[in-house]
Write a protein of this length. Sequence first.
Length: 107
Amino acid sequence: MIDEQSVESALHWMAEKVGTLAKAIADRKYLEDYKKVKLAMLIQEAPAGTVSSREAWATSHEDYAEVLQGLRAAVEQEAELKHMFTIAEARIEVWRTIQANNRAGVV
């Protein structure tokens, strides 16, 4: 059963992690933009050839793959934190419903 202590714990956790979530969102957004910048830089470095061959060279470059791995990690971190916030919010909502039912005399 969800008690008041569980709700307080969920609220405390949310207050503690809000900065971490904000940083995860910022990191993801930064890496999404940086991915475009890195691709453009690599296309400029690519050996002479057609536009598609230069783009293929750039997207297969190790540096671009590293950016993609970083973006993947950032998305994973953000998603995990968002889901944990959703769980904490659900726990609080369940407690609120139980409290409302208790006040209304519903068992």
